[in-house]
Design a protein around this ligand. Structure first.
Ligand code: PLP
Ligand code: TYF
Length: 394
């Protein structure tokens, strides 16, 4: 009976947003959920998106169902954005999915049903939803060591040791293609080479989560990890999201991209991926994918998009620099220079759970319990105020 159902815990990240909204203080700052905020503290619709929506509004003639794998123009645009021309199109199957989350769920169910007894190895730490999604799909989850004991650099040797000693051929390995969530710590170019060779030699399936393309070193630069993996491995799955780089969070637009060794293996895999989709949501929503496809089919809109995205990327870098400089002004505060080497929206701050608690209650600064901070939620004008608050609780 429903009256015997227990209350579940709120989402560790999204739950904070609700608490933040309910906080009556005027001086407050939300550094929890991974959403980009501009200098005015808002998350406006990108100009290229508004223009594409205008075009769609004028030209759209039907709301009939999309194909199970989504809009063909969107799928081609995603393939090019991820892979360039490195892999022939007949070895690549792209499915438009509801967000990166939808892509991960489709990929996980595909692995659980078609590649059993595969397990998936995820980094420790990782985005908490990874474990939840994989388990819900019936895919056993294991972890590999990732973050060093200093909490802000990669323990590459430990990662390699775990992937060598604990995996069996046919297991999948989840890698953050760039801008690791929650740490901001990515492998170097040389380390990607070693990872790719290790995956190939041990017969492991690369599963790349690519939610932040364009937020690390640039659109092309951020694809280097995935492309390096595909220089050595002839099979992989990439789960990409356009929530962040097109600011389309609520439109739920992502893609599951499978690369196989042959065109026939690609076709068979696509047919099975479509079975997974049909039993989940039947076919994807149109609007978000149509926006991305419209922007990327129009050179002028593409140019605007790249400029807007680059603006966000560079501003996050600046915020990192300002925060580090601001903390240097605080007597006795620890050195935060490590933030400058990290990529994307997030960093592990080193704040303890108790300090996170005090930041919220005393200062109205909301941070995830692990101490992960969303740098993209900071603000130039309130930087001194933020640094004082952080120094106060440390
Ligand atoms: N993967 C990572 C690492 C993320 O941080 C996110 C963030 O939202 C996602 C996947 C899911 O993206 P989406 O919101 O498109 O489902
Ligand atoms: O890590 C983040 O903040 C983003 C957004 O259950 C997010 O990935 C957070 C929690 C969640 C879904 C999305």
């Amino acid at each position: 009976r429903f009256d015997s159902i227990a209350m579940a815990a709120p989402d560790a990240i999204l739950g904070i947003g609700e608490a933040f909204a309910a906080d009556p203080r005027s001086e407050k700052m939300n550094l929890s959920v991974g959403v980009y905020k501009d200098a005015a503290g808002t998350t406006p619709i990108m100009q290229c998106v508004k223009a594409a929506e205008q075009k769609i509004l004028e030209s759209e003639t039907t709301k009939s169902y999309l194909p199970i794998d989504g809009l063909p123009d969107y799928r081609n645009a995603v393939r090019e954005m991820l892979l360039g021309d490195q892999v022939p199109a007949d070895r690549v199957a792209v499915l438009q999915t509801p967000g990166g989350t939808g892509a991960l769920r489709v990929a996980a169910e595909f692995l659980a049903t078609q590649c059993s007894p595969t397990r998936v190895f995820v980094p420790n730490p990782t985005w908490a939803n990874h474990t939840a999604i994989m388990r819900a799909a019936g895919l056993p989850v294991e972890t590999y060591r990732y973050l060093g004991s200093d909490r802000h650099s990669l323990d590459f040797q430990a990662m390699v040791d775990d992937l060598t000693e604990n995996t069996r051929p046919g297991d999948a390995v989840l890698l953050h293609a760039c801008c690791h969530n929650p740490t901001g710590v990515d492998p170097t170019t040389d380390q990607w080479q070693e990872i790719a060779k290790l995956l190939a030699s041990r017969g492991l399936i690369p599963l790349l989560d690519f939610a932040y393309q364009g937020f690390g070193d640039g659109l092309e630069e951020d694809a280097a990890g995935l492309r390096t993996v595909l220089q050595h491995c002839d099979e992989a799955i990439a789960c990409s999201s356009y929530s962040k780089n097109f600011g389309l969070y609520s439109e739920r637009v992502g893609a599951a991209t499978l690369i196989a060794a042959t065109p026939s293996a690609t076709a068979a895999s696509l047919s099975q991926l479509k079975i997974v989709v049909r039993a989940n949501y039947s076919n994807p929503p149109r609007h978000g994918g149509a926006i991305v496809a419209t922007v990327l089919a129009d050179p002028e809109l593409t140019k605007i998009w790249k400029t807007e995205l680059e603006g966000k990327r560079l501003r996050i870098k600046q915020l990192r620099e300002q925060f580090v400089a601001g903390m240097k002004q605080q007597p006795g505060a620890p050195d935060f220079s490590f933030l400058l080497q990290q990529k994307g929206m997030f960093s592990f701050s080193g704040l303890s759970a108790m300090q996170v608690d005090e930041l919220r209650t005393k200062h109205g600064v909301y941070v995830v319990g692990s101490g992960r901070i969303n740098v993209a939620g900071m603000n130039e004008e309130k930087m001194d105020w933020l640094c004082q608050a952080v120094a106060d609780v440390m």
